[in-house]
Design a protein around this ligand. Sequence first.
Ligand SMILES: *[C@@H]1O[C@H](CO)[C@@H](O)[C@H](O)[C@H]1NC(C)=O
Ligand SMILES: *[C@@H]1O[C@H](CO)[C@@H](O)[C@H](O)[C@H]1NC(C)=O
Ligand SMILES: *[C@@H]1O[C@H](CO)[C@@H](O)[C@H](O)[C@H]1NC(C)=O
Ligand SMILES: *[C@@H]1O[C@H](CO)[C@@H](O)[C@H](O)[C@H]1NC(C)=O
Ligand SMILES: *[C@@H]1O[C@H](CO)[C@@H](O)[C@H](O)[C@H]1NC(C)=O
Ligand SMILES: *[C@@H]1O[C@H](CO)[C@@H](O)[C@H](O)[C@H]1NC(C)=O
Ligand SMILES: *[C@@H]1O[C@H](CO)[C@@H](O)[C@H](O)[C@H]1NC(C)=O
Length: 203
Amino acid sequence: MVPQFLVSVFMLASIANAHFTIEYPEMRGDSFATGASQYNYPCANVNQTSSTNRTMWPLTGGSLNLDLHHQWTYYFVNLGLGTDYPTFNITLTQQLLNETGIGTLCVPQIVLPVGVTISDGQNASIQVVTVGQSGSALYNCADITFSSTATTLSGSSCTNSSNVAVAVVQASNTTTTSHSTSTPSAASGKRSGLISTGGAAVV
Ligand SMILES: *[C@@H]1O[C@H](CO)[C@@H](O)[C@H](O)[C@H]1NC(C)=O
Ligand SMILES: *[C@@H]1O[C@H](CO)[C@@H](O)[C@H](O)[C@H]1NC(C)=O
Ligand SMILES: *[C@@H]1O[C@H](CO)[C@@H](O)[C@H](O)[C@H]1NC(C)=O
Ligand SMILES: *[C@@H]1O[C@H](CO)[C@@H](O)[C@H](O)[C@H]1NC(C)=O
Ligand SMILES: *[C@@H]1O[C@H](CO)[C@@H](O)[C@H](O)[C@H]1NC(C)=O
Ligand SMILES: *[C@@H]1O[C@H](CO)[C@@H](O)[C@H](O)[C@H]1NC(C)=O
Ligand SMILES: *[C@@H]1O[C@H](CO)[C@@H](O)[C@H](O)[C@H]1NC(C)=O
């Protein structure tokens, strides 16, 4: 009983540390609160209420500031147009991105995809998804209003931690041949699983 209890406490602490937050635009609400869980699609079980705040975003796309707590993670940013619980069917990350480092990642402007035209006053929500090596995903959302007078973050309000880096994951057919023959199945299985997880989440 005692060892199990201690293991449970340790696991809960690890999970809480590994969760992430959207620092900007303002998160819909506290995804660490009772009743919320970042494991829940699409928005961590955080509901839109009368106290939900909307951040003004420029019509061509705005800033995104994340506080990330994993050694590394894949991440996706999706957009849903509408006011109440919109569908997140516009992806703002066209490639599979792999973020390395615990700390702040601030993208000064997430540019909207070609073909998405936004009018002044359009409400929308931003969904950020992080996906770990096992395929387990965490979710957080932020609600915005596109505005012709909104500006992006700049200068000291949008910086990356020095240890934070982002790489585009490239598909590769050379994985199995480039690994030693002692671990071919583990290496190839892991790699193909990661890429298919990312591909599925982008779509
Ligand atoms: C959001 O609403 C659902 C359904 O009413 C509820 O189960 C959930 O606990 C709510 N989330 C929070 C954080 O209160
Ligand atoms: C919205 O902003 C107000 C003022 O900063 C704050 O008191 C409130 O907690 C925010 N609402 C949410 C859901 O975070
Ligand atoms: C996204 O979903 C909304 C609501 O279901 C729908 O009206 C819209 O056409 C969809 N947009 C795209 C790009 O699929
Ligand atoms: C993602 O980055 C981590 C840490 O830099 C690395 O170990 C992992 O292999 C990368 N994943 C892919 C698919 O490149
Ligand atoms: C945007 O959402 C707010 C509530 O957050 C609402 O009062 C307003 O009417 C909405 N605007 C549009 C254009 O739907
Ligand atoms: C932070 O890193 C991302 C990914 O490399 C990059 O797109 C962004 O411009 C960087 N932010 C700043 C403020 O330089
Ligand atoms: C991987 O190999 C398949 C089959 O030969 C080919 O169709 C595909 O284009 C290759 N992908 C890359 C990224 O080279």
